[in-house]
Design a protein around this ligand. Structure first.
Ligand code: BGC
Length: 721
């Protein structure tokens, strides 16, 4: 049942530009990369001889023949040369690996990152952060985001994007929470795979950080202690999903797993990723300090040391000469590197860079706005406080230090230089038109300010986190110290809500923020995450009702931090079990402030007629469910239908329920549509520690469908045979 690690079928065919100048070569590269033998594509046995470089340069030869040819021409020193970056410092904003001009091997040119392209010096499209995109539950949209970033990377001269970040959010205080898509492995896998498909129409994608990377402050050394079952069932399924989607590269994590650094963790890199999952791409290290050894790293399956060869230099050559590392290990690494260079068109130049005008061009800007609109989660809306009706509003106050700030997220490796930022104030002003907007740009309003706020018809208060509260370790602030809102802002919300009944809080940040005593004070709360350069416009779209909010929480939102397992970013070793987020809350029987998957709308929906195509599915088959969704309200809107599976009577303790499918559907008022959700039955297997393999339990699996992990009106039974 080992998956074939197939490259994306879109590869080399759609780069958004006019058809390639070398259509035949493109077609053959593509056909070879997906294992197709096309007539006239070097399958006749008459192709150029291996060992001369002719096959390597021949776009009509099969990929593996080309790779073998180049490999046969390289000296040991040259092979090792391919296995490391050139410098800690970027060249034109790109981290490079060396070319080999003698054989004609091009460089990798890499840049971050998860919310937009950091390559080059100029601005780029700054998209909403990963967590915001997780809230869209919209895989088709995420594929478009991946594609746009891939296109911008290529236009900037890059060919490898250091994204997506798909680490599971074990705790909301993780400093890089914003970069990933949420707490659930299924959702992470689906969104990550969508990004990979999109990005890899242009460049190599690099899902990161493999694996169990959950804290910042101790990230360079901490050991994540996990049982094999926890690893396989919770921390790895999304990585397997992106490997199956054909990711060209993986980035290993800084931390250790069960005592062994990820960059030299043979269990993760070789046994699981390469041998078990059949990954044919290459593994690069995370950046400085990630690689700790020469032979153990190479033997474990680390193919490329980034950003420079501190270990993969003459020391690795020597390790081969002394017999410590077999040359076959080096050959395997270099084969993976060369394969990617062929597969992604680097060798043949089959992927001409698009015109730089695509960077933050109208299409990508519109996409950034659409993503931001879909990512906003309406958490609270009392007495129809939202949406505002611009035709009736006589005045609006916009309040808070963040109201006119470009608050786009962390300033670490994921930082993007936006073409421009639309702040919440700018977006609201533009949409309000002739309605007067009073700007109170402080978190400590004076008595006069409060009078202005009280006299307005409504107040939008922008509060939340910034890069001063959360970010990447060492480079920026690191993990959050608290899940609470900064104290001054807590008081601001209470003060404004006291004088203004129609107080709307727009909340920014990378993950859940506990509400303490202020959450019930405002009439409405809209979670905006770090919404990207078009964020202010998107906020105005939802506040004024041009867009019906459809974002859903990609993480559980606890009432207090005490509801969650502890967050430990000081100990040298931290143990993780199968229960975090909604899995933990369900097991503890605790009601969060808002459950995973939750989000309000300006309309209402009814779910019905849950059906399984087959109530008994073979182990290698697909579970197929359909459910009818009706928009029972008066506005068009989108709902995210979620399918969870429970394991009553399981012989081992399993989560009360796990997400195994979702579908986003847009409905006109009164409209009913059928949503189809499917997933492989193998996702329901449990890891058997004793046998060291997957096992299916003979159970009546409980399938639950609804609109959050705590609102599941539809249930049915399923068997796996
Ligand atoms: C981060 C990676 C990033 C790399 C290059 C590292 O510190 O952990 O996510 O891709 O730097 O910027």
């Amino acid at each position: 049942m080992r998956p074939k690690n197939r490259p994306s079928p879109h590869l080399s065919l759609a780069d958004g530009s006019a058809p390639s100048r070398r259509p035949r070569a493109v077609l053959c590269t593509f056909a070879a990369s997906v294992g197709l033998a096309l007539a006239g594509c070097g399958s006749s046995g008459q192709g150029p001889a291996v060992g001369t470089g002719a096959a390597w340069r021949d776009p009509l030869s099969p990929v593996e023949t080309r790779v073998a040819d180049a490999l046969s021409l390289l000296t040991l020193e040259e092979k090792v040369g391919q296995m490391a970056g050139t410098s800690l410092v970027t060249t034109r904003g790109l981290y490079l690996t060396p070319p080999n001009d003698r054989v004609g091997i091009p460089s990798f040119a890499m840049a971050d990152g998860p919310r937009g392209v950091s390559a080059g010096t100029g601005p780029a499209t700054a998209f909403p952060v990963g967590m915001a995109r997780g809230a869209t539950f919209d895989t088709a949209l995420e594929e478009r985001v991946g594609e746009a970033m891939g296109r911008e990377m290529l236009a900037r001269g890059g060919n490898v994007i250091l994204a997506p970040t798909i680490n599971l959010l074990y705790h909301p205080r993780w400093g890089r929470a914003q970069e990933t898509y949420g707490e659930d492995p299924h959702a992470l896998g689906e969104l990550g795979a969508a990004f990979v498909r999109g990005a890899q129409r242009h460049v190599v994608a690099t899902p990161k950080h493999f694996a169990v990377n959950n804290v910042e402050n101790t990230r360079f050394d901490v050991s994540a202690e996990v049982a094999e079952r926890t690893l396989r069932e919770l921390f790895l399924p999304h990585f397997r999903r992106v490997a199956d989607a054909g990711a060209g590269a993986f980035m290993s994590a800084y931390n250790r797993v069960n005592g062994i650094y990820c960059s030299e963790n043979a269990h993760l890199l070789r046994e699981i990723l390469k041998d078990d999952w059949g990954f044919t791409g290459f593994v690069m290290s995370d950046w400085l300090l990630a690689v700790r050894s020469v032979a153990p790293s190479a033997l474990a399956g680390l193919d490329v040391e980034m950003p420079q060869g501190d270990h993969y230099d003459e020391k690795l050559v020597e390790a081969v000469r002394s017999g410590e590392v077999p040359e076959a290990t080096i050959d395997d690494a270099v084969r993976r590197i060369l394969r990617a260079k062929v597969r992604f068109g680097l060798v043949d130049g089959t992927h001409p860079a698009p015109d730089p005008s695509v960077i933050a061009g109208p299409e990508h800007v519109a996409l950034a706005r659409q993503v931001a609109r879909e990512s906003l989660v309406l958490l609270r809306n009392e007495s129809g406080a939202l949406p505002l009706d611009a035709s009736r509003l006589r005045s609006l106050a916009v309040v808070g230090r963040l109201a006119d700030a470009a608050n786009l997220g962390d300033k670490g490796s994921s930082s993007v230089n936006p073409a421009y930022p639309v702040t919440p104030l700018a977006g609201l002003r533009a949409r309000a038109g002739s309605v007067p907007v009073a700007h109170v740009g402080t978190d400590a309003p004076s008595a006069d300010d409060l009078r202005v706020i009280a006299e307005a018809d409504a107040a939008v208060v922008v509060v939340g986190l910034t890069s001063a509260e959360e970010g990447e370790g060492l480079i920026t602030i690191g993990d959050r110290r608290t899940m609470d809102l900064p104290e001054e802002q807590r008081r601001l919300v209470l003060d404004v809500a006291r004088v203004q009944p129609r107080t709307i809080v727009v909340l920014e940040g990378g993950s859940a923020i506990t509400m303490g005593d202020w959450g019930d004070a405002p009439a409405a709360i809209l979670m905006a995450w770090y919404p990207g350069m078009e964020g202010g416009n998107a906020i105005a779209d939802v506040v004024f009702g041009d867009e019906n909010p459809s974002g859903r929480l990609p993480l559980s939102w606890p009432a207090s931090e005490a509801q969650l397992p502890p967050f430990d970013n000081v100990s040298p070793a931290v143990a993780y079990d199968l229960f975090h987020g909604y899995r933990h809350l369900d097991r503890a029987g605790v009601a969060p402030r808002w459950p995973f998957g939750f989000g309000l709308s300006y309309t209402s929906f009814r779910l019905g007629s849950l059906r399984l195509a087959d109530a008994s599915v073979a182990r290698d088959g697909m579970v197929r469910a359909t459910v009818e969704v009706t928009n029972t309200g008066g506005r068009a809107g989108a709902e995210v239908v979620q399918l969870y599976v429970g394991f009553p009577g399981s012989a081992v303790e399993r989560p009360v329920r796990e997400l195994h499918g979702f579908g986003r559907v847009e409905l006109a008022p009164g409209e009913t549509r059928t949503v189809a959700i499917e997933f492989p039955a193998r996702d329901l297997a449990t890891w058997d520690e004793a046998a060291g393999g997957w096992r299916f339990e003979d159970l009546e699996y409980r399938v639950e469908v609804g609109t959050s992990s705590r609102d599941l009106p539809l249930t049915t039974a399923l068997r796996i045979r």
